[in-house]
Design a protein around this ligand. Structure first.
Ligand SMILES: [Cu+2]
Length: 376
């Protein structure tokens, strides 16, 4: 196997795991203001609210239209390195997680609010971690200010100045950036406009509820027989995992951590007439969501709620390193498949969710005129 090791593959050691380079620190010092100094905000006068995190595909309790002025929204992420099964064959990954889930929990705030994150790295973990919020401004998205070793915590506050849906991810430096991201260490933030979502004509758009789909590409090493390898501890797969990552060919592309995480008993649910907002995040790799049997009624493909949503889309594109949002009103009952419409990835690698929709069938929209029968 030694021949497969690339010259760039570092020797695995605790030092490599922990010392994720100092590249991330460089951004912190370059905050020279080029415009007029920003208006001073008296942070101490703002109301504080705690937002309880919930596991995906659900979103924390939130208002669609903000009542009152800007707030400081306090959230806590606990970093946990944990072994997870990612498919029906028992394939394992030592996932690097925010709050124990892949993706990490979604934070929901309004434009002008402040997110105040307490980031805790459990003492039982082996690696240094941090967080880069694409929704934030400065210091590598907070990455330079949140590096925490096992047993440490840090608090970061950032102002939500752009509305939209955005990914966040761990970015401890150098090779550890992609390594942590493809081991599950990513999630999403939704920053709503204070007066809620709008169509292109200024009319309000409301959702009955929302689902949060985090797409994850995994690169699991195989043994000489081609079976996926298992490891005793987090990080033990580092050099072999980097070799698979270099192929840019994922072994798994899944929604919410594992193949089948959103099908069967865990399928998403809705009723005919429900307006459902789907938020799709992909921190590393391009995707192309498609709702089989439906459409994207309103799609903020690149994620910015400042932009007019596209309408009636067939399939939309999620750029790797971004999140997008889609609003759809279900018009027929039955099972819808929400897929990455690279169908190899959907069917063979795992990127499929199901939405089970209750309600009355509408013959006008579709009917089976003749059941399958011998050709006459
Ligand atoms: Cu990390």
């Amino acid at each position: 196997m030694a021949g497969l090791q690339s010259v760039n593959t570092p020797k695995l050691s605790r030092r490599v795991l922990l010392a994720a380079t100092t590249v991330a620190a460089m951004g912190a010092a370059t905050a020279a203001a080029q415009e007029a100094p920003p208006e001073k905000v008296d942070i101490s006068s703002l109301p504080r609210v705690k937002q309880a995190m919930v596991a995906p595909p659900f979103l924390p309790e939130h208002e669609q239209v903000a009542t009152g002025g800007p707030k400081i929204v306090e959230v806590t992420f606990v970093i946990e390195e944990k072994k997870m099964v990612i498919d029906g064959e028992g394939t394992e990954v030592w996932a690097l997680t925010f709050n124990g889930s892949v993706p990490g929990p979604m934070i929901v705030v309004h434009e002008g609010d402040y997110v105040e994150l307490t980031l805790k790295n459990l003492a039982t973990n082996l690696m240094e971690h941090n967080i880069d919020f694409h929704a934030s401004t400065g210091a590598l998205g907070g990455g330079a200010l949140t590096k925490v070793l096992p047993g440490e915590q840090a608090v970061l506050r950032w102002k939500a100045v752009k509305s939209g849906v955005f990914v966040y991810h761990c970015a401890p430096g150098d090779i550890m950036i992609p390594y942590h991201v493809v081991h599950g260490m990513n999630g999403a933030v939704m920053v709503l406009p204070r007066d809620g979502l709008k169509d292109g004509k200024g009319n309000p758009l409301k959702y009955d509820f929302a689902y949060y789909i985090g797409e994850q590409d995994y690169y699991i090493p195989r043994d000489e027989q081609g079976a996926f390898k298992k490891y005793e501890t987090a990080g033990e797969d580092l050099s072999e995992s980097l070799d698979v990552m270099r192929t840019l060919t994922p072994t798994h592309v899944v929604f919410n951590g594992a193949a089948g995480a959103l099908t069967g008993d865990a399928a998403l649910k809705a009723k005919v007439g429900d307006n459902v907002l789907f938020i799709h995040a992909q921190a590393n790799r391009d995707s192309r969501p498609h709702l089989i049997g439906g459409h994207g009624d309103y799609v903020w493909e690149a994620g910015s709620f400042a932009d007019v949503p596209q309408t009636g889309l067939e399939t939309w594109f999620i750029r790797g390193g971004s999140a997008g949002a889609m609003l759809y009103k279900f018009r027929q009952p039955g099972i819808y498949a929400y897929v990455n419409h690279n169908l190899i990835e959907a069917v063979m690698l795992g990127a499929t969710a199901h939405v089970v929709v209750d309600g009355e069938w509408n013959d006008d929209l579709m009917m089976q005129v003749v059941k399958p029968e011998p050709i006459t």
